[in-house]
Design a protein around this ligand. Sequence first.
Ligand code: FEO
Length: 394
Amino acid sequence: MPKKINKNVTWVGKVDWEIRSFHGEEYSTDRGTSYNSYLVRDKKVALIDTVWKPFSKEFINSLKKEIDLSKIDYVIANHAETDHSGALPDLMEEIPDTPIYCTKNGLKSFKGHYHKDWNYKEVKTGDKLSLGNKELIFIEAKMLHWPDSMFCYLTGDNILFSNDAFGQHYATEFLFNDLVDTEELYQEAIKYYANILTPFSSLVGNKINELLELKLPVDMICPSHGVVWRKDPLQIVNKYLEWSKNYQEDQITIIYDTMWDGTRKMAEAIATGIKEVDKKVTVKLFNSARSDKNTIMTEIFRSKAILVGSPTVNKGILTSTAAILEQIKGLSFKNKKAVSFGCYGWSGEGVKIITEELRKAEFDIIDEGLRVLWNPDDEGITKCKKLGSEIGEL
Ligand code: FEO
């Protein structure tokens, strides 16, 4: 059901309470999500973004109750990823000649996804579209989240439509940040940043600085997922700036998998060793086979150091550890230390393999890792605690 943002702008998106994974199975969405679409009315009418394809018909039926579709003068497609463009094919069946404003990369992406020669209008940073009394100003936002992404800014109402940036996978019937639980909201915002935007952190920082230099007043930020930032909208911009600068908290995260509990005992002894020398540091342990991988990535994002452990199996490492290492590599974390550990019975290559993977992921390897033969005895536990203490002292 459409909801008013202000007297000119209406939210016409879809709240998806059911979705539990996004990007295939790559991103857990325990709190659902929303696909935000906005209708801007002035002398001309613009529709900003649409919704994911499964909700296309529902979106269009709902939109028809809000406006005669032939009255939409412009479609603004800030991002081609299908969670925002999925309803375009059905929409363009209804209004085939309506221009679609997008970036050059957007145009390539729309053609690649939908194989249609719609009435595209290519825009770049600084281009403006008059709606009558107000204007939309376009700002390319490459890699926030794809090469085609852009923001647009509505003058007069001072609203930044930021698409994926500043969004959260967070379903709520409330529309605004000041109406939801702040802790939940920030849990989802940091998870979104950590799992989606970390690899592009330098671009995020540059884009935000470019945006701030424009000195545009911002009364609201309307992202394409989650709530609208109405109260103190720049709080999330400042958080993004902080997150984009090799972010870390006073936290060490230990990620392990285990077959017969040996590597788990090592993980716990390492944690004990850390706490023996540093009472204040937050230490968190995750069994990678039993924990949500996106939660683990978020905790790594918050950490100054990580330890990754697996027993050796078939001259390699356990599959959950391998998967976590692959994900760590893809996210290009910066300025974090790492150490590996694990039990072994025969060949014992696991620790070396993990260390090499962490090195490839550009972690600062502070020790070549700790191997313990069989299940750790008192001496093995002592070695683990010592390793923990050394890391804690760093
Ligand atoms: Fe929400 Fe990059 O799509």
